[in-house]
Design a protein around this ligand. Structure first.
Ligand SMILES: Cc1cc2nc3c(=O)[nH]c(=O)nc-3n(C[C@H](O)[C@H](O)[C@H](O)COP(=O)(O)OP(=O)(O)OC[C@H]3O[C@@H](n4cnc5c(N)ncnc54)[C@H](O)[C@@H]3O)c2cc1C
Length: 323
C-alpha cells in the first residue's frame, strides 16, 4: 500500500525548489517510477512536489547554436517521434522507442527517466541493502543474473535508463536548477558510480531539479544508433544494450562514442572500444576487436556470465550495422 503523503502542485520552478527544502520532499513528474518506489517503500516521502504543471519544462526546440533543447517534462513518446531527433540524433529516438510500454512512454518524462531508481530486486524489495543504508550488497551472494559486470565496486545494480546511454553517446548536457541557481553537467557525469557514492544515483544535490537536456549541433558525418537486448519481446529493461555515436569521413571513422546499457551501475562508456575504431576503416575484424576491448575488464558474478558473449555479439553487430 502507498503510505500517505502531502501533495503540492508547484506553480513555478522557484516555488518547486523552495518546497523541496521540506524534509522528505521529492519531485513528481510523470509519477511512473516514483509511485512504485513509494508503494515498495524504497524510500520515505512525506511530501510529493508535482512539477508537472511547469510549462517552461516542456517542449523540444532548436537552439541558436544549431542543437536541440529538450525540456525535462517532455515525454518519452514525444522524443521517440520528434522529426529532428529522428533525423539528427537517431540513437536518442531509437532508445526512447525501446523504453517500457506505449502507456509508460506517454506518461514518463525524460527528466524522470534519467532520475529513476534502479531495478535491483534487493534494493526494490524488503532488503536493507548497502544502497538503502545497510551494510551489504545482497546480489554478491544472491540472485545476480541481471546485475552488472562492469564498475560494480560495492553495489552491483545496473543503470535502468535506455535514454541515458544515448544522451552520453550524443554528448548531451543536463541543465539543473537549485537554490544556488543553474548549472550544467555533461550527461556522462550526471550519474553517480557506486565507487564515488553508493547511496545516490545522480549528482543532484538536495532541492535540485533537472530542467532541460541540451544536445549539441550534430557533427557533419554523424551516425548514431541504440540497440537493446531484453529477456522477452514485451516491456523490459536491458539485459545488454549499446548506444553508438560515430563520425565518418568517407570510409574512415574520425570520432566514436560507445556506451553500454545493462552492463554497469551507470551508462558505461568504453574508451577502449572507441580507441579501437577511431581513425580507421571499420571492418568486421576491427568491430570484433572493439567488442572484445569493451568487455575485457568485465567481472561477471555467478549467474551473469552470459552477458559477456551477449555484449560481444551485440557490439560487433551494431558497429557493422552503422558503417
Ligand atoms: C513497468 C515499467 C517498465 C519500465 N521499463 C523501462 C525501460 O525499459 N527502459 C527505461 O529506460 N525505463 C523504463 N521504465 C522506467 C520509466 O521509463 C520511468 O518510470 C519514467 O521514465 C520516469 O519518468 P516519470 O516522469 O514518470 O518520473 P517520476 O516517476 O515522476 O520520477 C522518477 C524519479 O525521478 C525524480 N524526478 C522526476 N523528474 C525529475 C526532475 N525533472 N528533476 C529531478 N528529479 C526528477 C522523482 O523524484 C523520482 O525519484 C519502466 C518503468 C516501469 C514502471
Amino acid at each position: 500500500m502507498v503510505p500517505s503523503f502531502s501533495y503540492i502542485r508547484a506553480k513555478s520552478l522557484d516555488e518547486a525548489i523552495d518546497y523541496l527544502a521540506m524534509d522528505g520532499a521529492r519531485p513528481h513528474a510523470g509519477g511512473t517510477d516514483l509511485l512504485g518506489c513509494l508503494r515498495d517503500r524504497v524510500f520515505d516521502v512525506t511530501t510529493v512536489v508535482s512539477i508537472a504543471g511547469l510549462k517552461e519544462l516542456r517542449g523540444i526546440e532548436a537552439t541558436p547554436a544549431g542543437g536541440l533543447r529538450i525540456g525535462s517534462l517532455t515525454t518519452i513518446a514525444e522524443i521517440a517521434r520528434h522529426p529532428l531527433i529522428r533525423s539528427n540524433y537517431r540513437a536518442l529516438s531509437m532508445a526512447a522507442s525501446e523504453v517500457a510500454s506505449p502507456q509508460l512512454r506517454n506518461q514518463g518524462t525524460i527528466g524522470g527517466n534519467l532520475c529513476q531508481k534502479p531495478r535491483c530486486w534487493y534494493y526494490r524489495g524488503e532488503f536493507h541493502c548497502l544502497r538503502k543504508g545497510g551494510d551489504q550488497c545482497y546480489a554478491v551472494e544472491g540472485e545476480n543474473a541481471y546485475h552488472c559486470i562492469l564498475g560494480g565496486d560495492n553495489c552491483f545494480i545496473v543503470h535502468p535508463s535506455d535514454t541515458a546511454p544515448a544522451l552520453v553517446a550524443l554528448q548531451a548536457g543536463v541543465v539543473i536548477a537549485g537554490p544556488n541557481g543553474r548549472r550544467i553537467v555533461s550527461a556522462e557525469s550526471f550519474h553517480m558510480p557506486p565507487s564515488v557514492d553508493y547511496t545516490s544515483e545522480t549528482v543532484l544535490e538536495s532541492q535540485e531539479i533537472v530542467t532541460e537536456i541540451i544536445l549539441p549541433p550534430p557533427a557533419k558525418g554523424l551516425r548514431s544508433s541504440y540497440r537493446k537486448v531484453r529477456a522477452r519481446r514485451a516491456w523490459d529493461f536491458a539485459l545488454a544494450g549499446v548506444a553508438l555515436a560515430m563520425v565518418f569521413n568517407d570510409d574512415q571513422t574520425t570520432e566514436a562514442r560507445v556506451v553500454l546499457s545493462g552492463a554497469a551501475p551507470v551508462p558505461w562508456r568504453s574508451a577502449e572500444a572507441e580507441k579501437t575504431v577511431r581513425g580507421s576503416r571499420l571492418d568486421r575484424s576491427r568491430a570484433a576487436r572493439a567488442a572484445e576491448a569493451a568487455i575485457k575488464d568485465a567481472e561477471p558474478m555467478e549467474q551473469n556470465e552470459y552477458k559477456i558473449p551477449l555484449f560481444r555479439g551485440l557490439i560487433e553487430q551494431q558497429l557493422m550495422a552503422i558503417v
